[in-house]
Design a protein around this ligand. Structure first.
Ligand SMILES: [Zn+2]
Length: 487
């Protein structure tokens, strides 16, 4: 037995001491494993917590941003100021955009610099609005004074909005104005800026104006002139159209119900599409019954503008058939019973009935031969156009300024105004065409036709006409002339 006891291989002999050592090692290995496991779970827990915190932080940031935006909105919109604690909390909780920090509105304890958008209301003046923001009265008056040479703030209309920028000044009770900008019209903004020497620089900023083609058209009611002016078409544009057609159309007699007009013209506008004005009529088409007349504007290389038909032929003829707008023929050329003299007499001209003061146009380019009183003609103007042709105009209420013998006039220039002077039963223009010293029937006068464009100028004209055709095919034809935007 003892042998057996000693048979135990030496290496395997486990003394009570070595058993304790092995146990201790195992224990430490076990502890280490537990430690590793614990560490792993610990790390996982940490990661989870960090994620959780992070998420929470994100959320609170978002909330802050929303709160900040609310504060900003509250400032920008003319709403009552939020309680002072709200912006303070927002600023404390998270970095808030600078605009918000700078934009703490309302007194008392106004935070500067500050910016406002104000609107002129009934009873407001620029001074009252400035002093309402605690700007010192003398500063407010100084601002009005420095603006006056460019824009008089007394002309501010209700609804005009402006931006005001304030900052700290020497006087703690009164902020100073660092900038001001008034939108006077869609086309014009007036700005004021404070300079280093405390003076103000005032400037007028004009919105850039663009030119594009516009189209208007519709049925003509009453006279073209009346339809147009009632619709807000600028009178100078209508005069252009009437003059372009006046060689071929008698606007009183030739136009009937159902006739129509279609025009393409230049329109000036801002980038926000606000009308800034009108330019030239580029194209006009009149449909009179089954007759269609079309004209295109073209400027010759030497700078003379005129209207041409689709073939490139100038519509300008020697003399206007009707030297007046919106008139009706009340008496033609020929034998008639004279209303005042009471016996038959040759009427050597054409009478156009029209209201007193209606402008009378020179029927063609020429030189004034006579301008003044002339017996039964009353106020009378005679114009020599060439060695052969003259025209005469009678019964005028007055002769236009600057019209005197020897003065050169352009076709279409106003030379006198309709009246009823001399032997006349009512306001009308007595118009004569004189050929080689004798009055002739204007209806029988063979008017010289216009010149035809040629060569490069003709090519240029064709190019322009094509552009108008493109505009016609892309721009909608409005049903009424009335839809042309008024100025
Ligand atoms: Zn007459």
């Amino acid at each position: 037995m003892s042998f057996s006891q000693h048979e135990v291989p030496s290496g395997r002999v486990i003394s009570p001491l070595s058993v304790r050592t092995v146990l201790a090692r195992r224990l430490s290995r076990l502890r280490f494993a537990w430690f590793l496991l614990g560490a792993f779970f610990g790390a996982a827990l940490c990661y989870y917590l960090v994620t959780l915190i992070h998420h929470d932080a994100d959320y609170s940031k978002k909330e802050n941003r929303e709160r900040a935006l609310k504060v900003l909105a509250a400032h920008l919109a003319p709403l009552p100021a939020l309680p002072a604690s709200v912006p303070a909390r927002a600023t404390a909780a998270a970095p808030v955009p600078a605009a918000v920090a700078a934009a703490t509105p309302e007194k008392p304890g106004i935070m500067l610099p500050a910016s406002y958008t104000l609107t002129i209301e009934r009873g407001d003046t620029l001074v009252s609005l400035l002093t309402g923001k605690d700007v010192a009265q003398d500063e407010a008056y100084r601002i009005v004074d420095s603006m006056r040479h460019i824009y008089d703030p007394r002309h501010l209309t209700i609804g005009t909005s402006f931006e005001l920028h304030l900052d700290k000044g020497e006087d703690a009770n009164h902020p100073i104005v660092t900038g001001l900008s008034i939108v006077v019209s869609p086309l014009k903004t007036v700005t004021l800026a404070r300079l280093d020497d405390d003076s103000f620089r005032v400037r007028e900023i004009k919105a850039p104006v663009y030119k594009s083609m516009a189209r208007a058209g519709g049925e003509i009611h009453s006279s073209l002139y009346q339809t147009g002016t009632e619709s807000g078409i600028p009178p100078q544009m209508l005069s252009e159209i009437i003059q372009a057609f006046s060689y071929d159309v008698d606007f009183q007699r030739d136009i009937r119900e159902g006739d129509s007009i279609d025009i393409v013209f230049e329109r000036m506008h801002t980038d926000r599409n606000v009308t800034a004005g009108y330019g030239k009529v580029l194209y006009a088409s009149l449909v009179l019954g089954d007759r269609q007349l079309t004209v295109y504007r073209h400027v010759s290389p030497d700078g003379f503008a005129g209207y041409y038909n689709g073939k490139g032929e100038s519509v300008k003829k020697a003399l206007l058939k009707t030297p007046i707008n919106g008139a009706r023929i009340t008496s033609g050329f020929g034998m008639r019973m004279h209303p005042l003299l009471g016996y038959s007499k040759m009427h050597k001209g054409i009478d156009f009935g029209a209201a007193i003061g209606t402008p009378i146009y020179a029927a063609g380019d020429g030189v004034i031969e006579e301008a003044g009183r002339k017996g039964g003609y009353g106020n009378y103007v005679r114009l020599r156009h060439s060695a052969t042709y003259s025209t005469a105009y009678g019964h005028a209420s007055r002769i236009a300024r600057g019209i005197a013998p020897g003065v050169h006039v352009k076709q279409g220039q106003v030379i006198a105004y309709v009246g009823s002077t001399g032997f006349s039963t009512g306001p009308h223009l007595h118009y004569e065409i004189i050929v080689n010293g004798a009055q002739v029937n204007p209806a029988g006068v063979k008017f010289r036709t216009g010149q035809m464009l040629a060569g490069r100028e003709m090519n240029q004209f064709k190019h322009e006409a094509r552009q108008v055709q493109v505009a016609l095919s892309t721009l909608p034809r409005r049903t009424q002339v009335a839809q042309l935007e008024p100025r």
